[in-house]
Each structure stands twice: as structure tokens, then as C-alpha cells.
Design a binder for this molecule. Sequence first.
Ligand SMILES: *[C@@H]1O[C@H](CO)[C@@H](O)[C@H](O)[C@H]1NC(C)=O
Length: 256
Amino acid sequence: MKRTAVLFLLPTLWTACLTLECTSVSGRLKQVDAGNGHVFGVCPKGEVFTLYGSSLIRIPGQLKHVSVGPAGVWGVNSTNHIHRLVKGDWVTAPGLMKQVDAGGKLFAAGLNMGGVVFCLGEEATTGFAGPGSPASWTQLPARLKYYSCGPYSCWGVNTADEIFILKGVTPTACGGSLEFQPITGSLSMIEVSTDGRVYGVNSVGDIYQREGILPCNPAGTGWRHVSYSEKVKHVSYDLGHLWLIGKDNRIMDCTE
Ligand SMILES: *[C@@H]1O[C@H](CO)[C@@H](O)[C@H](O)[C@H]1NC(C)=O
């Protein structure tokens, strides 16, 4: 009798630990980025929102992608013009990118329309105040479709959904080792959090987390499937919360 009870209890606990607990956030977003304690996102039509309390509040601007992190709040609009939020308003930065990421430690990184990777050093990133501020982007040797940086590495995926890591990135060396190393697996988007966690979504809409990541082993050890009842198109993690965007642009705030 006793043995039966234990066997029944164990699988229940196991499932509870590995299931996402989600609440929906009202509104629709096509992309979300959580970083450095903030959550920003863009609507299918390009309106920009930030989470304030438990509601999404609209801020000025029209963007196709927004990113928040130690490098500030950066975004790109539908004509690939780069913008940074300065004193509550968007200022334009030189260059054209289809995606800019603010997750690096005090540096911004981005992809141009051809997918070529660029990064902006610490001084230019933190000091960028609008036209007139110096902003010379450094070109890196990779072509990707999605790119995201964290405290000690950047991760990206290419158009074939192959995954790459760039190690050794620092505030003074946003190009790190300058060598993009392949990682086994297949993902269509990937995000590195402010604390260095790595989450991604594959072409089917399944969520994965990289396990075993440490400052001394930034590439980690393998992929863990994060079980969730629906297919998603976008994920972003910050401070214990995994933010999901469903295929229908629904927003979920999840914890494990
Ligand atoms: C994108 O931003 C640039 C610079 O701010 C602006 O001139 C352009 O009109 C914007 N594009 C759209 C489609 O709003």
C-alpha cells in the first residue's frame, strides 16, 4: 500500500516542476523583449508597448522590432532605420538594420538587411543621444537572421535555422572572439537574457532552453525542451519570467 502511494506521488511532482504556469496579458504583440527588468514589445501593426504594472502601455513610435537590456532600449522601423529611446523619445542612429539587440553588456548589436552582424562599442552605445553622436558599427564575420547578446556571449540563428555562438563578448570587445561557432540543434529564433540564459523557438513552435551555461562554459551542454500546450513564435526571459508570443500574437507571462 505504502509503495503504491509513493509511486503515484512522484510523477505528479515531476510534472508540476516541468510545466509552465502561464497567465495571459491582454493585447497582441508580434515580438517581445524582456531585459534588465523591463518588458517591451511591438504590435503586428508596429505600435510600441511597454509593460507598466500588469498592463501594456503604448509609447510613441512605429517599429518592427524592439529590444531592451543593459544597452538601453533600441529598435528598428519598417524601413530599417535604427532608433534608441532617449529621454522618452526615439532618436535615429546611423546605419540601417533589420534587427538591433540591446542585451549585450553595454553594447548594441544588430543585423543589416543582408543578415551581416554588426556591433557598437560601449562608448558609442551608452553615449548615443541622437544625430551627432558618434556611432560606428563594427562588422563581424557572420550572416544571420536573428541575433541576441547576453553578459558574456551572443547567440544567433541563420536562414537555415542553424545555431551559432560568439564567445568572449565584453563591454570593450563587442566582437568577442570574432569566431561564430556552430551549436547542434535547429531554431528559428533565439534570445539571451540579461543573466545569460538562452531560450529559443524552432520552426514548429516548440520552446527550448540551453542547459549547463556557465561563464566558464558559455556554450552550455545541451537543449532542454520546455513543455507548453501551444506552439509559439517568440520567447524572451528575464527575472524568472518567460514571455511567450503565440502564433496568434497572444502574450503569455510564464514561470516554471
Ligand atoms: C523610419 O525612421 C526614419 C528615421 O526616423 C524615418 O525617416 C522614416 O520615415 C521611418 N519609416 C517609416 C515607415 O515610418
